[in-house]
Design a binder for this molecule. Structure first.
Ligand code: UD1
Length: 416
């Protein structure tokens, strides 16, 4: 199994270009099958999840061409087949084919999705949404069969502002008859990106990015085109890295509005940085102040960023806390930070960190994607050489992470 070898202690300087958002792209590829013949998705990140989604598109008889991260998808010969379990279990986002196959064929057969083990992650809100649109959902062992004679717009109130459920319902409703309203919708930028794609294909959508989205379904959608928005989680990860070990590190091609809550928290911690239109320039902060974080849905502090931020807080002078309100078990990485010398206490969904502590290199196991990012940052500031195992989870979400970090001076490599 390949491992990441990281030698800590080298200041990082130069530029890092942010890639297209993983969470947006993984919804846009399934959305492409809503188009009757063609669609185009630009700035597609080269990550594992995308490779698997392309394999699913092949199963569905789609043709595609990808050049310089521009993906053109031809859905003229699209056919409905059950999505094989060995593909759907590779990632969370395979569930978006539920919404899009239902919209196109009124029938979808797909196993329970995979994804990082950070909590129970049920999909009941997706299912309730499909049912509200007129679908019947049957679960046989691990497989969902979702079918409808007709999909009709509905008024749906989500019990929780779930990103996945909001997008999936929007996808299914895009070809339903009449108007769908999603109340208590999630407001993440990725939802706006998917809505823009659907609008470009001819769907009428208003309110994406607010808590009330209105979708007017269309019988036919086609020629959708979209530029995947910058990955705000990748951007925030590298900005935090800059605060830990940067020297005029410039993070480029990001959207400042999308990372406002993280930048605000960094300022609260005494970290200074310079911003330009779509970049942040940041250097190592030697006097980091402790803070308390509560993860929230957008525009609040993102749950995906609490793990890398925890690494930063091991270097803060004093006691910090992170209250995780979205997932039940997202502190697995904290044990690894402890093994490196951090002082951490985990009590259910509360993590307390006492800093500042020197970190020492270790052999580490990546528990999940963002926990892995926390351990990469910790290894970069630790004394000595760390070896990270189970790195495929990191490669699932961070495009060219080794190249990007090597380019700014990190000593990082994949070893077999
Ligand atoms: C998406 C992101 C993930 C991010 C998360 C929250 C993708 C592919 N993944 O995940 O990186 O961490 O948003 O920002 O975009 N829930 C239910 N029932 C449901 C759906 C969700 O109980 O039907 C719960 C989940 O278990 C979780 C919470 O709601 O506790 C948030 O989930 P959701 O917003 O749906 O996250 P995902 O779409 O899975």
């Amino acid at each position: 199994m390949p491992k990441l070898k990281i030698e800590g202690g080298n200041l990082l300087t130069g530029n890092i270009e942010i890639s297209g958002s993983k969470n947006s792209a993984v919804a846009l590829l399934p959305a492409a099958i809503l188009c009757s013949s063609k669609s185009k998705i630009l700035s597609v990140p080269k990550i594992r999840d995308i490779e698997y989604l392309l394999k699913i598109l092949e199963v569905l008889n789609c043709k595609y061409e990808i050049k310089n991260q521009e993906l053109e998808i031809d859905t003229t010969s699209l056919k409905n087949f059950p999505i094989p379990e060995d593909l759907s279990e590779q990632m969370r986002a395979s569930y978006y084919f539920m919404g899009t196959l239902l919209a196109r064929f009124h029938y979808a057969e797909i196993s329970f999705p995979g994804g990082c083990v950070i909590g129970a992650r049920p999909i009941d809100l997706h299912i309730k949404g499909f049912e509200a649109l007129g679908a019947k959902v049957t679960l046989i062992k691990n497989k969902y069969i979702i079918e409808a004679e007709e999909l009709t717009g509905a008024h749906i109130h989500l019990d929780f502002a779930s990103v996945g459920a909001t997008i999936n319902i929007m996808l299914a409703a895009s070809r339903a008859k009449g108007e769908t309203i999603i109340e208590n919708a999630a407001q993440e930028p990725e939802i706006v990106n998917v809505a823009e794609f659907l609008i470009s294909a001819g769907c009428e959508i208003t309110g994406a990015g607010t808590n009330k989205i209105r979708i007017m379904g269309r019988e036919n959608l086609d020629n959708g085109e979209i530029n995947v928005c910058p990955d705000r989680i990748e951007a925030a990860t590298y900005i935090i890295m800059g605060a830990l070990i940067g020297k005029n590190l410039c993070i480029k091609n990001l959207n400042l509005n999308h990372i406002e809550s993280v930048l605000k928290k960094l300022s609260e911690c005494g970290v200074s940085y310079e911003t330009k239109e779509n970049e942040v320039i940041i250097s190592k902060c030697t006097k980091i102040l402790p803070t308390s974080i509560v993860t929230e849905t957008y525009p609040g502090f993102p749950t995906d960023i609490q793990p890398p931020f925890a690494t930063l807080l091991t270097q803060a002078n004093g006691i910090s806390s992170i209250l995780e309100t979205i997932y039940e078990s997202r502190f697995k990485y904290a044990e690894s930070l402890k093994s490196m010398g951090a002082i951490t206490i985990t009590e259910q969904n509360l993590l307390t960190i006492k800093g500042h502590t020197k970190l020492t290199a270790q052999n580490l196991y990546v528990p999940d994607l963002r926990g892995g990012a926390a351990l990469v940052l910790a290894s970069l500031i630790a004394e000595g050489t760390s070896y990270l195992d189970n790195i495929s989870l990191i490669l699932r979400g961070y495009e060219d992470i080794v190249e990007k970090l090597t380019n700014v001076g990190a000593k990082i490599q994949i070893i077999e």
